[in-house]
Design a protein around this ligand. Structure first.
Ligand code: HPA
Length: 269
């Protein structure tokens, strides 16, 4: 596993002519951040040795390197979800490669269903903490020396980034919520009983990504910032049928607000 990570990192390093310390996983709501990048160059996933092979033909994604304002960054366009059939080593493989490439800060986004009764569709939620409800742990197995066998998770999402993001949002007049994200395997959305259970457990939003990558990033010593777009509501009295299209539409509508916050946040780092 370590050998594969290092082989992949060497391949990518040989194609790099910048030295970013910041990576972004372009999840829902952040896809258009690539339009803000300058001096870009790309590597398609299918060219990269050991990278997981896409389950959807023609949609394998790519790494995009470039400058966001003054900052050199590396962006992942297309992430690997557990529900697609990848195991946790595969889902988190790119994050370990990022570590080998010198990435210190990781910014992630996702779409999530709100379980907090005060939330509305279209809200942005800064992730303050998470609950790992995936059936497989990404650090299960032989420990890689990137971090300890039993990693601390007391500040999985950097408090410094959270405070800065709140300040940036306030300055721009963008309303943001804060809350706890529970990561679950999907691919079904939740039953009303499951949404209620997650709310009682203390979750404010539920989604099918992010948690594995954030755990591995923490193990590697990265500082993490995450933000969710609330695309539907799992709140009693407000639950309606959810479709992927509705989720996509709500995420697209939140795109300009999410991008504005991320852009300034990344540039301040
Ligand atoms: N549940 C799980 N994942 C999601 C949801 C949801 O309601 N909305 C967007 N991703």
């Amino acid at each position: 596993m370590l050998e594969q990570i290092q082989e992949t990192a060497s391949f990518i390093r040989a194609r790099m002519h910048t030295a970013p310390e910041t990576a972004v996983i372009l999840g829902s709501g952040l896809g258009k951040l690539v339009n803000e990048l300058t001096d870009t160059y790309e590597i398609r996933y299918e060219e990269i040795p050991n990278f997981p092979v896409s389950t959807v033909e023609g949609h394998s994604g790519k790494l995009i390197f470039g400058r966001l304002g003054k900052k050199e960054i590396m962006a992942m366009q297309g992430r690997f979800h557990y529900y697609e059939g990848y195991n946790m080593k595969e889902v988190t493989f790119p994050v370990r490669v990022m570590h080998e490439l010198g990435i210190k800060n990781l910014f992630v986004s996702n779409a999530a269903g709100g379980t907090n009764p005060t939330f509305e569709i279209g809200d942005l939620m800064i992730i303050t903490d998470h609950i790992n409800f995936f059936p497989e742990h990404p650090l299960r197995g032989k420990n890689i020396y990137y971090g300890p066998r039993f990693p601390d998770m007391s500040e999985a999402y950097s408090r410094k980034f959270i405070e800065r993001a709140k300040r940036i949002a306030a300055k721009k007049g963008i309303i943001v919520r804060e809350g706890i994200y529970i990561g679950t395997q999907g691919p079904t959305y939740e039953t009303p009983a499951e949404y209620r259970m997650f709310a009682r457990w203390g979750a404010d939003a539920v989604g099918m990504s992010t948690v594995p990558e954030v755990i591995v990033a923490n193990h590697c010593g990265m500082k993490v910032f995450g933000i969710s777009v609330i695309t539907d509501l799992g709140v009693e009295g407000k639950i309606v049928e959810v479709s992927h299209e509705d989720v996509q539409k709500a995420a697209d509508a939140a795109q300009p607000r999410m991008t504005a916050i991320m852009k300034d946040l990344i540039n301040e780092e």
